[in-house]
Design a protein. Sequence first.
Length: 392
Amino acid sequence: MDLHGGYVVPPYGDAHEHNFDSLQMTRKVSAQYLKDGIYYAQGMTDVTSGAAEVVKAGMVNTPATVDVTYAHGGLTGINGHPKDVYESIFYYPRTDMQRKLVIEGEKMEGEAYWQIDSAATLEAKWTKILAAKPDLIKIYLGETENFKAYTNDEPRLGGGLDPELVPLIVAKAHAAGLKVAAHIDTAHDFHVAVTGGVDEMGHLPGYGMSATEDAAKYRLSDQDIALAAKRGVKLQATAELASEYSPSAADLAARRALQTDNLKRLKAAGVVVLVGSDRYSQDSVAEADYLQGLQIWTNLEMLRMWSVQTPETVFPKRKLGELKEGYEASFLVLKENPLENWAAVHQIVDRWKLGQRLEVSPLAAVQAATGVGSQPVSLGGAVVSVFESAFF
Ligand SMILES: [Zn+2]
């Protein structure tokens, strides 16, 4: 096969998305994911019935589509996040009346979230949670340092689980063969998650911090980072969320400084950082560029994060992220060398998935004319050696 002197890398991943749980949204984002070379996506909470429709329609998890996993309903406290989002018919409840409607709402309980306030409630709901066949368990923690103070007041919208339930949920999930990923907002939430046995952090705290806030609330302790490294906990940085809603220059600078401090220490400790956007209707391109712009990692390290560590975290049982015999014949062809120029990761001239050329590829027209690519390709040495390659 002639790949026109391109550079070959494994396809990219998105470790944190909410995009494939309705026919409408899946239709909207799928071509963009494939065009951007993002074949693997981890659903970090979804509307369970909507996800089932998408799967049934064959819009994901086929050779020609994005491969996705689903956490389905996330486990949270009474009125916790993401109930505030999923029960809202407005973008986010702001007035007292809107908050009241959301608090009274229960429509998406068991669909997009499960409210759990005790071990007994967990026990009662657990069979149903597993019956939805999630690929992972998502839990929500939010300012766990204030959990007791908050619950003694009015019902709090947008909070999370009782931190004391975390080890219990983790034990049940692990017994069912499922990993646990946690939404976290603060350094204390990270502490609760890492000591509670969580496998993956859904965020790096502080992406919404203001410049006038004390950054200590979001600065991870060295001990917690060391424990995360020791336990093999991975972290979805979702760092680009810092630039959402046009923040002031001062706020953005404070967030970037905090993120850089945390990420440098996580990297030094050996914690794997995953590329995931958490942006509705977008893929992980902006997140990858934002992380690269923090200048913490080399281009090679960034590529490993995006095209090897993220995909293999989403699909740990599959042979992904390597170009060798026995591995899935899925790869991207870049026009230029991404080790020299990061922007080259977006200049994709050809896309292959499971031995087939994807139609969104500009070279698909060549395939139509020549018939090349109608058979699965071997990635044995003879094939690979015909073009210059960057293997990661
Ligand atoms: Zn999310």
